[in-house]
Design a protein around this ligand. Sequence first.
Ligand SMILES: Cc1ncc(COP(=O)(O)O)c(C=O)c1O
Ligand SMILES: N[C@@H](CCCC[NH3+])C(=O)O
Length: 444
Amino acid sequence: MYLHGTSTINNEGHLTIGGCDVTALKAQFGTPLYIVDEALVRERCRQYMEAFRASGLTFQVAYASKAFCVMAMCRLAEEEGLSLDVVSDGELFTALQAGFPAQRIHFHGNNKTPEEIEMAIDAQIGCFVVDNFNELQLLNAIAKERGVRVNVLLRVTPGVEAHTHEYISTGQTDSKFGFDIGNGTAAVAVQEAANADHIDLLGIHSHIGSQIFEVQGFQMAVERVAQFARSIKEQTGISFKVVNLGGGFGIRYVDGDTPLAVSDYVKAITDGVKQHFSGIGPTLPEIWVEPGRSIIGEAGTTLYTVGSVKEIPGVRKYVAVDGGMTDNPRPALYESRYEAVLANRANDATEEVVSIAGKCCESGDMLIWDLFLPKVKQDDLLAVSCTGAYNYAMANNYNRIRRPAVVFAHEGQADVVVERETHQDIVGKDVIPARLQKKSTVQV
Ligand SMILES: Cc1ncc(COP(=O)(O)O)c(C=O)c1O
Ligand SMILES: N[C@@H](CCCC[NH3+])C(=O)O
């Protein structure tokens, strides 16, 4: 059984996270429950910061908040010295409400609305990562209206195919994101941004995909982006002060996943920058990255209570838990695989192979197929590991199921950072028009 971060099994055979016994967390907060190992998140942040410091380059590590964006997480990222990547007014609002320094916020997205752009300009965020020509023109016009100048990176597609699930691969030419280098669009965008009177072009951005295990994709992206920067410099004299190489660094979900150490990914990038960018300008560019999953993914665990257990003799045993695709849609979306332990009897010998079903009215709502566990009973606790990234962030209310609470566990203390939704939250935005209101049956 693989235990991430501070997770241990105590003498009673209970899983503990951040020094908290999960059976006590269940008693206090109920299930399903997302538990975040705060020390592991901090450790990951520090690994990035230290690896970049060791490179001697000027840098920013921006936490890609799409992976898990709540106010406490923004605070934690700020405390660790990270910047923040947001992709919507919702994420921006969350960051600002948490008091995250606006200058360290970078705004992404392939279809920012005028309202989002206005909100971000008014908040004086650090930088827009511009995805397309419509946005470039809109941003310039809004900045002009407000009499300000805005910092911009242009998102380019370097033509690198990352080895990952096709839905989370983004660096190839046929992608909804960015200006393509290969077909010349990126060069046109650079010229247009440089000519725009209310835009300061800081540099370029490239993100090749997510959950990537090898360094080759990143090395290739650095090389392509550097070639592009060199040709732009030669043809136009424009040089890039900042190069953002995105996120995508892989993590260990299950046995057989082989992520590299954070320092290895960072070294591949910084070595590549030193090699390929030397001589383009008087100094090397500032390097930014945007890790999301690798900061928060392994630090998250989802705790469920087992409900029904159904055996189809000779076929399969289904163990249903009190959550499912509403709190973790990743198995249904990407066929993602997860590991789990029986968190109240983790020392019992494994005896059977079961499949973990969610409670949604949907056959595809399966969390884990063919998992070895001790003999599972109703009311047992199941802890699915590695659910920190893109779980709470993609949680939904299908079947009007309430989103679980999130707690940060640290040094024996667990604090709620998101409360469990209530039934009232579920109907809170519903409106019954007057003509559908229930008529009173009381006769006067
Ligand atoms: C532009 C951009 N930056 C950063 C990330 C974060 O990626 P990851 O969570 O894989 O590090 C993503 C998501 O893939 C992204 O699209
Ligand atoms: N939501 C995806 C990652 C998306 C990355 C964003 N560009 C996942 O769960 O793996």
